[in-house]
Design a binder for this molecule. Sequence first.
Ligand code: Z16
Length: 890
Amino acid sequence: KVRSMLDISFPPKEEDTSNGVAPKLGVEASIEHELKYRVSANNTDARPVKLYQSVAWSVHDRLVDAFDQTQAYWKEKDPKHIYYLSAEFLMGRTLTNAVNNLDLGGEYAEALKKYGADLETVATGELDAALGNGGLGRLAACFLDSMASLDLPGWGYGIRYRYGMFKQGVKDGLQVELPDYWLDNGNPWEIRRPETQFKVGFYGSLEDGKWVPGEEVIAEAYDVPIPGYKTKTCGNLRLWDALAPEEFDLEAFNAGDYSKAVEQKRRADGITAVLYPNDATEEGKELRLKQQFFFVSASLQDTIARYLEQHKDLAGLPDKACFQMNDTHPTIAVAELMRLLIDEHGLSYDDAWAITTKCVAYTNHTVMPEALEKWPVRVLAKLLPRHMQLIEQINSNWLDSITGHVTAKVEAELAASDAEKQKKAAAAAEERKAALVAAEAKGEEALAAAKKVVSEEEAAEEKPADKATLVEEKLKTYSIIQENQWTKGEMLVNMAYLAVVGSFAVNGVAAIHSEIIKTDIFPHFVEIFPERFQNKTNGVTLRRWLAYCNPELSALITEALGTDEWVRDATLLAKLKPFAEDAAFRARWREVKQQKKKALAERIREQTGYQVSTEPMYDIHVKRIHEYKRQYMNAISLIHRYKVLKEMTPEQRAKAVPRVVVFGGKAASAYYMAKKIVALILSIGETVNNDPEIGDLLKVVFLPNYNVSEAELIIPAAEISQHISTAGTEASGTSNMKFALNGALIIGTLDGANIEIGENTGFENLFIFGVKADEINKLREDRKNFSDYDPRYTAALQMVSSGVFGRPEYFEDLVASITDMNRGNDWFLLANDFASYMDAQDAIDELYRDQEEWTRRSIIYTASNGFFSSDRTIDQYAREIWNVQPTPQP
Ligand code: Z16
């Protein structure tokens, strides 16, 4: 701890534990108080943002009470905690969630009447906390909500980026990136803890085995209270900010060199400045590794410090702390925990390893090779020399421990493959012996000739492979440190392997994904520790993703079930099933959907200027833009749809099923193809939406800046949603669950959690198409000879190339990526899946004509997917991995 001089204790507590003015005031008085004193606006000029700020501060004070009480209770009870280490937490807005989880919705609504405002409008004054890219970061946020709601002692640990996920704009038909300065209006949801600071070192050297860092920064804590749903429990998300040492050490600052201090500040600021905007692709930048180590080191130091306040012996750490590593981003935790235990706390290597491997668990979120982090030894050794040394030791111990296993494997393989060879060799040797005997009988000359033949034959004989070499070769495939397959001679640390070796549990995020990681990514580790591998199918919080984003549908569900308990116990949703057969209920269900479509149409007009009707089917495709997610295939299908509509007679058009197709999603700023996909969708929209012949029959909308708040508006309005990744590429997907729970039907591939959604909902209720994951490898091999292009596909691409949507040169690369066998080569198999995708689309149009059946299915979706509540997921983590018990306050 750096700031021990500030560790003063509070004055003795009074009976009433509330520690601020506001909670002693009623809701109405507290809003007034905040308006006047904190926000400095009088009632008459309370503009929306100011009103938001005062309401937020008023809620903040109530959160702080819940937070202090929970944390004090947990400190006293000292239960085992789960620490969720994640480089990303995609929280979105907090106000609505906090008010409703605290069960204060009614009171705040009432108090706001005075200002002629409602909570929903006031809530739009808040900027999203977008400290994450997409699925992984949002999953972490859902998990925090569920941990608190299940009264599980747990904290999230991450980085307080000053700039979150960039804001996406559209200019001249292209994506532009704008900085996201989300702290602009202050942040009422965080509590700065200047008393909680830790030093984090970088660079430097090892002197007598001791690490002397060449650069040091200070990690300072900010706490974000996480209220559970209708429980006293309030968890914590602790985010770290980086400060230069001189910023707090005034003396050194004064004595030292001013410009050096400025430089140090600049470097420290850089660490927590901005989130890397890549979803499931890695940016191998040193600064990224610096961010990872920065938050991991601070979090581990913090945990150990708090543990040691109450316990003497670090051997007990595994009984009190579990660290869940969210993807490989925090994997340096394995080495850092070792370093802290050995170098800072004097444990032996073996004791430290025993503790580490009982404390750490790892979740894998992707099988995409470009996303599996591999840090060059050169980079790691420079930034973290002691950690590199420890990783080498971990690796050599690991390889030693499995040499017996690998040798036995090689022996078995040799035995199998050589048995045949040896038999042949023995027979040949017999023959040669006989030849020599025969030659000897014929005399000297014949014998000499025969000997010559025999020695030639022996030389030509296949030697049995050298076992030692084979063992060495095989061991390399298990090694945490491996040669770069592209850059010979460069050594890389495979962070996923380090995570598997250092963890007591490894899990995937959907059933199929957890199988694929066992067969394709870590098969050799499964041989050694089969029991380490688990599945934890993802989930989403029903609070944010149904109850609060869709209050209209929630009210209907609650009315039907006669209770709102389903918000806590999602399995109760199954009781909705009979209502699917009730025509009156279906009509009301449709009415709600219609209302949500209207809200989305309004948003579309605001953001894009396009006027869309609320009558057509709302078909939604929102997620990060990525080739594997195949927004491009959807775009091609829409070109075909446009072409067909153009070719129709007026009579035919009158019978067509109209659609509004909404795309949303960000392309990583350096992702060349993804940006072209965005441009193509925008261009198609530009042409189609302005074609008077088409009118309401088809609208193609790209809604800019898809984020958590936009999702809360979009998802409830969806009638069909698209999850069409190439089978085997999407680890899970989580928006598929949100759409299903909001009664949107799914068109999708047999990939990720789509499969389990199909199992729960009944596959006959989904529009499933495309090749299966186990066919992918073969199909990829066959691509060179692929000739079976669907004529609709070819014609649509021809329209792109010929400039129907403008800028044909700009789209040339994009077209080539799926048609030219030397450029991209259709890696994600659009051509293979296109025809079956179109069949599924036709089936959708057909079903939509039958609104009663459509609505029936919609209800079935909501009723069937309670399984995908993150409460279920977290309960499984808590029981099957973490061994953490609910610890509610009495
Ligand atoms: C990410 O969002 C995901 C994986 C990953 O390795 C890195 C990032 Cl930033 C996503 C997966 O792509 C998605 O399938 C999954 O649902 C999500 O993580 C949560 O598990």
